[in-house]
Design a binder for this molecule. Structure first.
Ligand code: KG4
Length: 347
């Protein structure tokens, strides 16, 4: 089954063709980063205007690169939430129009479901019975959470950020250090050669007791990154000069270390608490080298299999949406097409 996926939830305009949920035939992406960089973050109206301008040619590119046509694909998948309403609507209207015009099914996909599925889009994915129950660490610019998947398609959020997302923490740190946008890759680059132990930044809710709850989540499985950001701001304000060279590298490395530690620490607690056969990490921040190394070390220590998202699928893309759509079809969960977008869609 060949599915054309469309993704426009934030600032990436993307389309892809995926066969049977795993085989990526094409993955076309127009990144709007350069358009938003002058503003230090995503501007919703600029994002939707660029989706309108670019989506038609990105869809054509995805079909052409896959050697497919509108006639040869079997279904159309689209992200219908969560995300920016004005951005989601562009991809959704395009997908709905195509579905009606071509008389092909429309499959709505939760953006997070796409990220969680992306770790299976590798050469030799583990068999289902070896992967589940599974823990998914979702880390992006808009969210940081841990999802317990007892079986394919069953999602239970067991921990979430109570303030900023991990990607947001990196983006804000880069802004404080006047390094540019988006922060994650720049902090990683600036941290090269830096000492991650130079400054001890907080890990957020680090020593919170087991048994305390925030909303419906165990507090010690939740993340908090706003204190980390404030602590960097205070550190930089207290310097009587702009950090550069080795000092800047040390700050970036220490900050990156704190983000990666905070995430890995919660995963370790969850692995300890639940019966889990494998754990995964997906979303833009899963590109981070230090985080990947820490998770790999945790896998080694616990003997629990780690599935990491392939780098081209870490940041927003449509291949993961087409892949997750196929899973929904396989599990019999794709029957009802979405009737609207939902910016606050939950797993
Ligand atoms: O998943 P994504 O593309 O978009 C959202 O849905 O948010 O993630 C974007 C986030 C940004 O915050 C960006 O700074 C971060 O992913 N990111 C990274 C790296 N590359 C992108 N964070 C840490 N290290 C990286 N190498």
């Amino acid at each position: 089954m060949k599915i054309l996926g469309i993704e426009s939830s934030c600032d990436e305009t993307a389309a892809a063709v995926v066969e049977n949920g795993r085989h990526v035939l094409s993955n076309a992406i127009y990144s709007q980063i350069a358009k938003h960089r002058p503003y230090g973050g995503v501007v919703p109206e600029i994002a939707s205007r660029n989706h309108v301008a670019k989506l038609p040619s990105i869809i054509e590119e995805a079909l052409e690169n896959a050697g497919e046509t509108y006639d040869s694909i079997d279904a159309i998948a689209v992200t219908y939430g969560p995300g920016l309403a004005s951005s989601l609507l562009i991809g959704y209207s395009a997908a709905k129009t195509l579905s009606q015009r071509l008389d092909k099914p429309l499959i709505g996909v939760n953006h997070h479901e796409g990220h969680l599925h992306s770790v299976f889009m590798i050469e030799n994915p583990p068999a289902e019975e070896d992967a589940y129950p599974m823990l998914g660490l979702l880390v992006s610019g808009g969210d940081s959470s841990m999802v317990l998947m007892k079986a394919p398609g069953h999602y239970e959020i067991i921990g979430s950020t109570i303030d900023d997302a991990s990607g947001e923490a990196l983006d804000k740190a880069a802004a404080i250090l006047k390094l540019g946008y988006p922060g994650g890759p720049i902090i990683q680059k600036t941290a090269e050669g830096g000492n991650p132990k130079a400054i001890r930044f907080p890990r957020g809710l680090e020593s919170v007791d087991r048994g305390k709850w925030v909303y419906k989540y165990a507090r010690d499985l939740c993340f908090s990154f706003s204190g980390l950001k404030t602590s960097l701001l205070t550190y930089v304000k207290n310097l009587d000069h702009e950090p550069e060279g080795q000092e800047l590298a040390d700050i970036a490395a220490s900050y990156q270390e704190a983000v990666a530690d905070a995430l890995t620490m919660r995963v370790e607690r969850a692995l300890d608490r639940f019966e889990i056969k494998s754990f995964s990490c997906a979303g833009g921040v899963s590109m981070n080298r230090v985080l990947r190394e820490k998770l790999a070390a945790l896998s080694e220590k616990t003997g629990v299999t780690l599935l990491l998202c392939p780098p081209p699928l870490c940041t927003d893309n449509a291949a993961m949406i087409a892949g997750a759509a196929y899973e929904k079809v396989r599990l019999g969960k794709a029957a009802n097409e979405p009737i609207d977008v939902n910016p606050n869609l939950r797993l």
